[in-house]
Design a protein around this ligand. Structure first.
Ligand SMILES: Cc1cc2nc3c(=O)[nH]c(=O)nc-3n(C[C@H](O)[C@H](O)[C@H](O)COP(=O)(O)OP(=O)(O)OC[C@H]3O[C@@H](n4cnc5c(N)ncnc54)[C@H](O)[C@@H]3O)c2cc1C
Length: 404
């Protein structure tokens, strides 16, 4: 008979990787299954907030040290108004007493997963298998079996718990019949990267900038490798999407941002759907959801992956108590649901929807009022600290841990 895995994790994105290392560090055996032949390199999350860095530091194995050596420390960020040229500058040293890491670390999410998988592959109680897609599951009161398709055929892997960290299209969530409640915006976000040194042409530019403009807003942020520009679009047809991804359109938008001579060098371009959704429950029996598999939001503020890492930390602590200390799982998973799901609805969804509304206000008076509020807040150390504690997700982690 096949061995029973205490925890099977489907999906080696940042959330599955974090959970696997959290458990392996506590000697809980884990099987991490990834459908792709290697770790995906997609240009999505690039901001790690302070609580996430603390949690990653607590994983040990030198992961956070390697991230700090590779990434870019953004110790301030800005809201810029191109109409008035006003810049609201938020200085993150104001939260130096609230966190060990008073900055946003700019690093591609795939650099994090690479660092973690490298550590997992050296640990005897962790197995990482690529080319291994979870296609379904069956569960009983005593356990759960994951059905896995790999290059060599299909297997049934028995486990005590199955965690879906498969991302937004989670097969496990769908098979469990768990609704993904919420909505998808009509807009899509175009993300383009370029090596062009925006810091050389915009005065005092920080590494993360939310820019409003009478015609269109955008986000300009620097990862450890390139500058990235996020522009909202509203494609109506597939042909329209092709137009938005064309050199002509991208050059036009980048020249609108900064009218340099000649073409911009473009690193990559992707058009992303924008969703606001939360699963109706984060677990059913022994099958549990974490990360984008159970909550997804627009990327303004960088709360998606960060929230998922916070799920992984919370869930890891509970699964370790069940497996190592023999505690009953039902009450702990109910608490996971209360602490993480309710918070996703209340905090992350509300904040990200508000962030988007704030950026997209077209009306001149609304834009003026927005910038005035941001200028006043950033200039007042007490208000700015409160603003930063919210946006850096420090308050929401504290609130979540306080839920019984
Ligand atoms: C443009 C953009 C910018 C963003 N910026 C930020 C940011 O700065 N900060 C932030 O916090 N968030 C950001 N996000 C959101 C962030 O990228 C996601 O929240 C994050 O990737 C979710 O991680 P995850 O591990 O839950 O899922 P994913 O990263 O989607 O990983 C899922 C993994 O599971 C694998 N998989 C899927 N199905 C199966 C299966 N059945 N069996 C086995 N493996 C499977 C996939 O191949 C993948 O490797 C951004 C998103 C976008 C689109």
């Amino acid at each position: 008979m096949a061995e029973t895995h205490p925890v099977i994790i489907a999906g080696a994105g940042p959330v599955g990787c974090h959970l696997a290392l959290y458990l392996a560090r506590r000697d809980v055996p884990v099987l991490l299954l990834e459908k792709e032949p290697e770790l995906p390199v997609d240009l999505r999350a690039s901001t790690f907030h302070p609580p996430s860095l603390e949690m990653i530091a607590d994983l040990g194995f030198g992961v956070v040290e390697a991230m700090l050596a590779q990434g870019l420390v953004a110790d301030r960020y800005q809201y810029r108004d191109r109409r008035s040229d006003e810049v609201a500058n938020f200085d993150m040293s104001l939260i130096a007493k609230d966190t060990r890491y008073p900055f946003r670390l700019q690093l591609e999410q795939y650099e994090f997963t690479r660092l973690v998988v490298d550590r997992l592959q050296k640990l005897p109680c962790a197995q990482v298998r690529f080319n291994s897609e979870v296609t379904g599951f069956e569960q009983s009161a005593g356990g759960v079996t994951a059905f896995v398709r790999s290059a060599t055929g299909s297997t049934a892997e028995p486990g005590a718990f199955l965690v879906s960290t498969e991302g937004a299209r989670s097969t496990i969530r769908k098979q469990a019949g768990i609704d993904y409640l919420g909505f998808t915006y009509d807009e899509k976000f175009l993300v383009v990267s370029t090596p062009f040194p925006f810091e050389a042409v915009f005065d005092d530019l920080s590494w993360v900038n939310y820019v409003s403009d009478p015609d269109e807003w955008c986000v300009i942020l620097r990862t450890e490798k390139l500058w990235r520009v996020l522009i909202p679009t509203t494609p109506e047809t597939a042909a329209d999407e092709a137009r938005l991804l064309s050199d002509e359109f991208i050059q036009q938008r980048l020249h609108h941002l900064w009218n340099k001579e000649g073409d911009y060098e473009i690193g990559h371009r992707t058009l992303y759907n924008v969703n606001q959704r939360v699963a109706e429950t984060y677990f059913t029996g022994r099958v549990i959801l974490a990360g984008d598999a159970c909550h997804i939001n627009n990327p303004l503020g960088g709360m998606g992956m960060n929230g998922g890492l916070h799920d992984a930390n919370n869930l890891g602590a509970k699964l370790a108590r069940v497996i190592r200390d023999g505690e009953g799982y039902q009450p702990l998973l109910e608490q996971y649901n209360r602490q993480r799901r309710d918070l996703a609805v209340r905090f992350v969804q509300e904040h990200t929807i508000a962030n988007k509304k704030l950026m997209e206000a077209r009306d001149i008076d609304a834009q003026k009022a927005r910038q005035k509020m941001l200028m006043e807040t950033s200039a007042d150390p007490v208000k700015a600290r409160e603003f930063l504690l919210e946006r850096a997700m420090i308050n929401c982690v504290r609130d979540s841990e306080a839920v019984a």
